[in-house]
Design a protein around this ligand. Structure first.
Ligand SMILES: [Zn+2]
Length: 153
């Protein structure tokens, strides 16, 4: 049985998240990333992304790719949120000096980002149900509230 408790263990929400944002297609070793479900006591039924090489070799405490699915999704949401607020800044600057045509272009881009963002949020909510973690649901809600506040400002 693949037990991941060793690989990233209690990985609390706070710990170092400076590494890779989201999930890459491949591990640094060139193997694809698989999505599996944890069976450890600490994180029952919590899904995670893992290097397929490490899975096949049943490696533990190695440096191949590992990331919880819910955490990866939250990271992607944050990236999208940043993109959106950057875009909004850009639009404001543009509006000061340019006409309507550019405005339309930016509106389209923003719509696209927004759709992407809401899709991701759906995924996160699904994931929260999966992992049955109150912690996770709390973060998701905080995330959505943050997003709404950004939109209102
Ligand atoms: Zn690997």
């Amino acid at each position: 049985m693949s037990d991941v408790s060793g690989a990233s263990s209690g990985s609390s929400m706070v710990r170092s998240r400076k590494r890779v944002m989201g999930v890459p297609k491949q591990c640094w070793c060139g193997y694809e990333i698989s999505t599996l479900m944890s069976r450890s006591d600490n994180n029952p039924y919590r899904r995670y992304h893992r290097c397929s090489y490490a899975v096949s070799k049943k490696l533990e405490n190695d440096n191949h790719f590992f990331k919880w699915v819910d955490e990866a999704l939250l990271e992607e949401i944050n990236v999208l949120k940043n993109k959106m607020s950057n875009l909004e800044e850009l639009v404001k600057e543009f509006m000061m000096e340019r006409g309507e045509s550019e405005k339309k272009v930016f509106e389209k881009m923003e719509m696209k980002l927004e759709t992407e963002l809401f899709d991701k949020m759906d995924e996160v909510l699904m994931e929260a149900k999966w992992s049955m973690k109150k912690m996770c649901a709390g973060v998701v809600i905080a995330c959505i509230v943050g997003f709404v506040i950004i939109k209102l400002v």
